[in-house]
Design a protein around this ligand. Structure first.
Ligand SMILES: Nc1ncnc2c1ncn2[C@@H]1O[C@H](COP(=O)(O)OP(=O)(O)OP(=O)(O)O)[C@@H](O)[C@H]1O
Ligand code: SF4
Ligand SMILES: [Mg+2]
Length: 369
């Protein structure tokens, strides 16, 4: 059966030109390079990679908050890369963004009622003031906040509550798709669980599609259906989440998984780093962009760019010339089957984290020649 695709990126590239002056020309930042992906209706699709690899830039291009330098973004089969005016406004209604930082993404001078009601003024101008208040109360209820909070201001809330307000605001226009850029990474672990549960519930109950950017590989494993791994502006591996986690094929994915600190120890809140520094996106290495850090690098890697191609199994794709030559990865504790109850799903994740049963620590990448 053909998958129902809601969002598609086709060869999307985003470069930021450096400032040009009499004395100097700053180099161009190649933030996203030739990325193609397809998000299925109703799924949770995760994008993961180290800091600076281009995740937020890609998310902003997908949302049309940035225009691509080249390539196209299709939402419900319509090309949105060049949308403007009323077409862009209609698009904004269907695609919403949740930001990482619930402290700075909400205007501190606006009450919660105004913050959540504002999108309704734009997208549902036919509503009377009373109808709008009722909708705001309903949205607050959906995200687990009391209706009487509408009169309060953002500073009166905790981080988790503020993120709930951000989610209610995102839901106000009745979107089909929500992109969350690190939506829980600024929150305490216990609050992360609640917000993740909420997003899972909302996606199930409202038929929403979620695109989640996160550096916490544990969170992604237990909340997403499919995952794309980015490195220096490119997708290097993608596929069903459980398949990628238990059978990673790209050396970068393997190293990223190996660098999870046994998942029982506390995260430092940063993306895990792998085998030294990532090169600058102003001068990405030729050939395979990962070749300067890859333990399996060969001459071909330094000249030929590997494209994503099928790794044989079940929609699993990998961009590496030599992935077939690598031995199978050591076994990773299989994830328990997903249940319908998101609470149960996250309880399993937390038990795994707290008990340290999810590990990848046996895998040691070989020394680079
Ligand atoms: N507006 C901009 N102008 C110039 N360079 C930019 C701009 N936005 C992002 N970049 C650069 O593009 C690259 C990718 O940045 P991006 O924010 O997309 O990465 P990221 O994967 O989201 O990182 P993080 O995990 O730290 O949020 C970085 O080198 C960044 O400095
Ligand atoms: S193409 Fe070469 S350098 Fe790139 S990941 Fe594969 S083996 Fe490593
Ligand atoms: Mg980012």
């Amino acid at each position: 059966m053909k998958a129902d695709i809601i969002l598609e990126a086709v060869n999307v590239t985003k470069h930021f030109s450096g400032a040009n002056s009499w004395f100097s020309q700053e180099p161009t930042v190649q933030a996203v390079d030739n990325v193609s992906l397809r998000v299925r209706r109703g799924e949770t699709f995760a994008i993961v990679g180290e800091s600076g690899c281009g995740k937020s830039t890609l998310a902003r291009v997908l949302m049309r908050l940035l225009s691509p330098t080249s390539g196209n973004v299709l939402f419900d089969k319509r090309d949105v890369s060049a949308a403007s005016g009323s077409a862009l406004q209609a698009l904004r209604r269907k695609m919403q963004f949740i930001f990482q930082d619930p402290f700075s993404s909400l205007n501190p001078r606006m009450s919660v009622g105004k913050l959540v009601g504002e999108p309704l003024e734009v997208h549902a101008p036919e509503l009377s003031a009373q109808q709008r208040r009722d909708r705001v109360a309903d949205l607050l209820h959906k995200v687990g906040l009391r209706a009487e909070y509408a009169g309060r201001y953002p500073h009166e809330f905790s981080g988790g509550q503020r993120q709930r307000i951000g989610i209610a605001r995102a839901l106000a226009s009745g979107p089909k798709l929500i992109i969350g850029d690190e939506p829980v990474s600024a929150l305490d672990v216990s609050v992360q669980a609640q917000v993740i549960n909420l997003l899972g519930d909302l996606s199930r109950d409202m038929g929403l599609t979620l695109v989640i950017i996160a550096h916490d590989l544990g969170v992604i494993r237990h909340m997403s259906d499919r995952v794309a791994v980015m490195y220096l502006g490119r997708i290097v591996e993608s596929g069903p989440t459980e398949e990628v986690y238990t059978n990673p094929r790209h050396p970068y994915t393997r190293a990223l998984l190996a660098s999870i600190p046994a998942m029982g120890s506390k995260s430092d809140g940063k993306t895990p780093t792998v085998l030294g520094e990532m090169p600058s996106p102003t001068a990405p290495p030729p050939g395979c962009r990962f070749h300067t850090r890859c333990p399996h690098v060969q001459a071909k890697c330094k000249t030929d760019t590997p494209n994503l191609h099928s790794a044989n199994i079940n929609d699993h794709q990998v961009a590496c010339h030599f992935w077939e030559a690598f031995p199978d990865p050591p076994p990773l504790t299989p994830s328990p089957p997903k249940t319908k109850a998101v609470e149960a799903r996250f309880a399993l994740y937390r038990a795994a984290v707290e008990g340290g049963t999810v590990t990848y620590k046996n895998h040691q990448p070989t020394e680079r020649p």
